[in-house]
Design a protein around this ligand. Structure first.
Ligand SMILES: Nc1nc(=O)c2c([nH]1)NC[C@@H]1CN(c3ccc(C(=O)N[C@@H](CCC(=O)O)C(=O)O)cc3)C=[N+]21
Ligand SMILES: [Mg+2]
Length: 291
């Protein structure tokens, strides 16, 4: 193995500490804590674990956490009514509706109902449009965390060849937009891409977000490439990413592990976005670039 392991867990801990310090200053300046509301519908055990760790991290960063747990058979109208109440609640700066929702609920309609200025997940089409056009808004937490790790690792990304694998609205598309804004030359590859290996072999930066265990092979990589593995696949023996770690670590210059890479950055960026929302909502000044 030659690749440097990118310690997302440590980077995320430092970001959460920075957020906690600014959150304390925000409370002094505004007379209230920044607040994050998390809505969980149903009892999916994995979702319950994420929601619990989000709540803990929120409190540890000196922000208020409001958890709303609704039964699996919640009606669409009741979920929409809760979103409306959270939109109107001045103690709530950020709203996260945990996905996936149970099948009978219309996810798109729920996400559209969230006030874009409280949409700290960055899933509302208004925020997708802001990202696409360079306006201030909220960037989805996972790609934002990936960008932070890449900039920490490589400094200026300008002119680099980047291949993003996976075109989801939550990761792939916003990741491509962020890398484009950072002046990379971006290829957005997906399940219909022909000769993916040839695209990957040209990339200085590879972001894998396909949701298939070990899909990206080390032999595809350009020697020295920086590899960001967004995948979280539960297999016998634990969690693995979308990149075949052992073969990739022999070729890459640096690679994120799973677990301990991108996952912890997602939660840290959620806290960051919530604190940014609080400052904007309260009209308290913040150097967002420094967070
Ligand atoms: N509205 C919404 N927003 C989300 O951001 C959202 C969501 N719904 N639904 C589910 C996914 C998943 N997600 C993760 C966050 C952190 C880790 C994380 O911290 N993972 C640890 C390991 C966790 C473990 O051991 O299971 C790691 O990779 O090191 C993973 C997954 C956020 N999601
Ligand atoms: Mg795809």
């Amino acid at each position: 193995m030659t690749a440097q392991i990118i310690d997302g867990k440590a980077f995320a801990a430092a970001l959460r500490a920075r957020v906690g310090g600014v959150a304390t200053a925000f409370e002094t300046a505004s007379g209230r804590k920044a607040g994050l509301a998390v809505v969980l519908v149903g009892e999916d055990p994995a979702s319950a674990v994420y929601v619990r760790s989000k709540g803990k991290a929120t409190l540890a960063a000196n922000m208020a956490s409001f958890e709303h747990k609704l039964p699996a058979d919640t009606a669409q109208a009741d979920l929409i009514a809760l979103v409306d109440r959270l939109n109107a609640d001045p103690a709530v700066d950020g709203i996260l509706v945990q996905l996936p929702l149970p099948a009978h609920l219309d996810e798109q309609a729920v996400l559209l109902r969230i006030n874009p200025n409280k949409d700290v997940d960055g899933f509302h089409p208004v925020n997708a449009g802001r990202l696409a056009t360079g306006l201030p808004g909220f960037v989805p937490c996972t790609p934002l965390g990936c960008l932070m790790l890449l900039q920490d690792q490589l400094g200026d990304l300008s002119g680099k060849e980047a291949v993003v694998i996976g075109r989801s609205n939550i990761v792939g598309k916003p990741m491509a937009a962020l890398l484009t804004a950072a002046s990379c030359t971006v290829t957005l590859a997906h399940s219909r891409t022909r000769d993916l290996a040839a695209h990957v072999s040209r990339a200085d930066i590879v972001v894998a977000a396909v949701g298939r265990a070990g899909f990206v092979k080390g032999e595809w990589l350009k020697p020295g490439a920086t590899v960001i593995d967004v995948g979280i696949n539960r297999v016998e023996g634990g969690l693995v990413g979308d990149v075949e770690f052992d073969s990739a670590a022999c070729v890459a210059g640096a690679i994120t592990p799973v677990p301990g890479g991108v996952g912890p950055m997602t939660i840290a960026c959620l806290l960051r976005n919530t604190l940014v929302a609080a400052h904007r909502n309260a009209g308290v000044e913040l150097d967002e670039a420094a967070l």
